[in-house]
Design a protein around this ligand. Sequence first.
Ligand code: COA
Length: 235
Amino acid sequence: MFKRLREDIKTVFAKDPAAKSAIEIFFLYPGLHAIWSHRVSHFFWKHRLRFLARLVSHVNRFFTGIEIHPGATIGRRVFIDHGMGVVIGETAEVGDDVLMYQGVVLGGVDLEKKKRHPTVESGVVIGAGAILLGPITIGSNARVGAGSVVVKSVPPGKVVVGIPGRIIEEKGKHLAAIEHGVLPDPVAEAIRFILKRQDKIESMLEKRDGVHISGDAAANESSRLSDAFGEGGGI
Ligand SMILES: CC(C)(COP(=O)(O)OP(=O)(O)OC[C@H]1O[C@@H](n2cnc3c(N)ncnc32)[C@H](O)[C@@H]1OP(=O)(O)O)[C@@H](O)C(=O)NCCC(=O)NCCS
């Protein structure tokens, strides 16, 4: 039991840069108190002491503002930071090393008595106020943006944001595409666009009137642009 307590306190040190001492973490982290009391209520729930389980969960909610149904399965080293407003439903499953912030909801959309809450795999981070609905799976190490509403499963390692939640590129991917030595030139782009349009209009006029308009002018212009601006200048 003490091993688990130490592990929980270490987890807070690892995941909250504001944590200063073990004493402070032990007494003043509602997210931790909620996890500890859930362990008790889950024990009663599994032993079919349902009223007692709900009572412990209710008292926990009163003190921490975090509502975890006693039937929910919570892994090891799970940390709920700040915590107020978190709701975790009866059939939710939360894997190891999950980090979630205040206002997170793992909720159901079905009134039938079956698996109806999300499964959150290990290492997932769920931002403040994110709402995850239905028996979806958030793959391991995925990250859910603050304020998102997620109604579909998310593959492992992905980042999902917005309402409804959409998967975005992983951090750094789009940045890696930018080469600072080859910055885009908006003036050259504009000239290229105008020449392209001019070519199109000339060939339309040639087709309609049968008159040959010197296409060479545009071609020459284009090759000049190519010389001036490098690759891509030719149209
Ligand atoms: C989703 C999250 C994990 C992404 O972090 P990241 O990988 O560093 O992503 P970035 O900050 O580079 O943002 C990538 C894109 O997603 C957008 N984005 C990031 N978080 C978002 C959110 N919560 N909602 C909507 N869009 C979001 C950014 O604007 C950016 O868009 P762009 O590419 O069009 O500019 C992070 O923004 C987040 O919400 N973390 C939760 C933190 C939290 O709740 N803290 C509470 C402390 S009390």
